[in-house]
Design a protein around this ligand. Structure first.
Ligand code: URA
Length: 208
């Protein structure tokens, strides 16, 4: 089941607030940040742990620490940037790989116009962030790029997913899990998610 609907009450409450047509850019940005934090908790719930002994005030004590692979966060430009600080707030040591994708009007396929990846992707867990999983074209292309670099544990965090995007993602990358704050009804004729949020990038950056 690659797309996982996150049903935590805080997530359900905040995604509802985000749908308000009259929402300000400030509110939209803040809620996007908070939802990114909550999705990060869900998407990292299975990270491996290891035991360590530290000097506690009362003497040696055994604690648990995160073990294993490092993490890269990959925002898809531009709207994915709105989720970046939320993820980094919880995983401050993660390194950031950036990708920008635009649709080629002749082929209708996403083409990469910006790609700045961190090294050793074959040793990392990748968390791709993009608020809207609509057709999933950009998400699939971003995963293609990571896998081409040897990344074997790719996860995605989105605010809203459309059934059409979920089907496309599952067909292209059945091994990739995607955590969504909401799964909506459908895409409209120009590719917006219904009911959706409108243009998430515009609302985050204030370009409306
Ligand atoms: N991108 C958006 O910002 N909103 C949608 O509904 C679909 C894609």
């Amino acid at each position: 089941m690659p797309v996982i609907a996150v049903t935590h009450p805080l997530v359900r409450h905040k995604i509802g607030l985000l749908r308000e047509a009259a929402i300000s850019n400030k509110q939209f940005r803040e809620l996007t940040h908070e939802l990114a934090c909550l999705l990060t908790c869900e998407a990292t719930a299975d990270l491996p742990m290891q035991a360590a002994t530290i000097a506690c005030w009362s003497g040696p004590v055994q604690i648990e620490q995160l073990a294993g692979r490092k993490i890269t966060v990959m925002p898809i430009l531009r709207a994915g940037l709105g989720m970046l600080e939320g993820v980094l707030g919880l995983i401050p040591t993660a390194q950031v790989s950036v990708i920008g994708l635009a649709r080629n009007h002749a082929t209708l396929q996403p083409e990469c116009y910006c790609e700045k990846l961190v090294d050793h992707l074959d040793e990392r867990i990748a968390l791709i962030i993009d608020p809207m999983l609509a057709t999933a074209g950009s998400m699939i292309a971003a995963i293609d790029v990571l896998k081409a670099q040897g990344c074997t544990d790719v996860r995605a965090l989105v605010l809203v997913a459309a059934p059409e995007g979920i089907a496309a993602l599952e067909a292209a990358h059945p091994d990739v899990r995607c955590w969504a704050a909401a799964i909506d009804s459908r895409l409209d004729e120009v590719g917006y998610i219904i009911p959706g949020l409108g243009d998430a990038g515009d609302k985050i950056f204030g370009t409306v």
